[in-house]
Design a binder for this molecule. Structure first.
Ligand code: ATP
Ligand code: MG
Length: 314
């Protein structure tokens, strides 16, 4: 395995200010000590419910969020330090597809400029060359050439999401942090955008950090997956580990929440969901400590780790 980026004990705590003097009175522990490694050419899934800290983790990796503590190692350097990011090609190598495509695309700019913007930061191209490059990118994501002169509001959600993909790949990055790239889309359009992302990955040897709240969506995309809640990882593993041998109740709940379309097994799924909910209610203490915090991860196999009180010996 060859590592692209290593995240070590990452913490991002947001101060909460209150009172007359606007003092810091508490913190939101948005990300509270996570460790993982993204490999070259692979997709790492980051899955959890709303507010679990996924976007904050993604933004910290891209360098858009100030890190409270921990390290993010890229080519041996800790890029949580701005000076290191500047010294390397980090801001070119690591791009983000934002959760909300509408607000992340400047409404006053034409597509030609929106997609060219990241290129302009790193390359000097003539107008002609730039136009050719942007056209090529539109083609990659399956958008017609006349999109060049349109504004973001003239597109559908799925098309806008593809524009976000085109912009993210514009600088030939090594890693794309894709924050819920298809969550706002219909199932059929989801599949289209995911297929584009896969094709581009194969073509360019890209890595993805794929953020989603839905284990159903990431299944066909991810090689490795981390399950996150309350700023911590409850379980990490290969795709097989997570889907065929989930150990943490939180993972099991996310799995049982995937909508099923096969009618034959509907009763079985319903029963399974009920069983998982019962376990969740009766065995809370095995999964969270007495202040509700997630335990530290412990190794089950070389690929699989889970946060259980006694390492999983139930
Ligand atoms: N700038 C901020 N200041 C204070 N708290 C913040 C800030 N950004 C996020 N938070 C808090 O940090 C926690 C994690 O937020 P984050 O956006 O990372 O969650 P998420 O997993 O991406 O959720 P979602 O699935 O809804 O996008 C939340 O409790 C959120 O309210
Ligand atoms: Mg988010």
């Amino acid at each position: 395995m060859s590592e692209l980026i290593q995240i070590k004990d990452l913490k991002v705590h947001y101060p909460i200010r209150s009172g007359f003097f606007n003092r810091v009175t508490d913190f939101v522990y948005a990300v509270d000590g996570v460790d993982f490694t993204i490999e070259k050419g692979k997709t790492y899934g980051l899955v959890g419910e709303s507010g679990s800290g996924k976007s904050t983790t993604g933004k910290a990796i891209v360098g858009l969020e100030k890190v409270t503590s921990g390290e993010i190692l890229y080519e041996g350097k800790d890029i949580t330090k701005r000076s290191n990011r500047k010294k390397m090609d980090y801001n070119k190598d690591v791009q983000m597809i934002f959760q909300d495509a509408m607000s992340s695309l400047n409404p006053k700019k034409r597509v030609a400029d929106i997609i060219a913007e990241p290129i302009r930061n790193f390359e000097r191209l003539s107008d002609q060359e730039e136009k050719k490059k942007v056209k090529g990118l539109l083609d990659i994501v399956g958008m017609p050439e006349d999109a060049l002169y349109k504004y973001p509001h003239e597109f559908s959600g799925g098309q806008r999401q593809r524009l976000g993909v085109a912009r993210a790949v514009a600088t030939n990055p090594k890693l794309i942090v894709a924050d819920e790239p298809v969550s706002a889309l219909d199932l059929s359009v989801q599949a289209q955008v995911l297929n584009f992302m896969k094709r581009i990955q194969e073509e360019y040897g890209l890595s993805y950090l794929f953020i989603s709240h839905d284990l159903g969506v990431v299944k066909h995309m991810c090689d490795n997956i981390a399950i996150m809640t309350k700023g911590r990882f409850v379980e990490i593993g290969s795709r097989e580990d997570i889907y065929t041998d989930p150990r943490h109740i939180y993972t099991k709940r996310l799995l049982s929440a995937i909508p099923r379309i096969d009618v034959e097994n509907r009763d079985a799924h319903k029963q399974n969901r009920r069983r998982v909910e019962e376990e969740y209610i009766t065995h809370q203490k095995d999964y969270y400590d007495n202040v509700g915090r997630v335990y530290d991860l412990r190794k089950i196999t070389d690929t699989h780790q889970v946060a259980l009180k006694d390492g999983g010996a139930q």
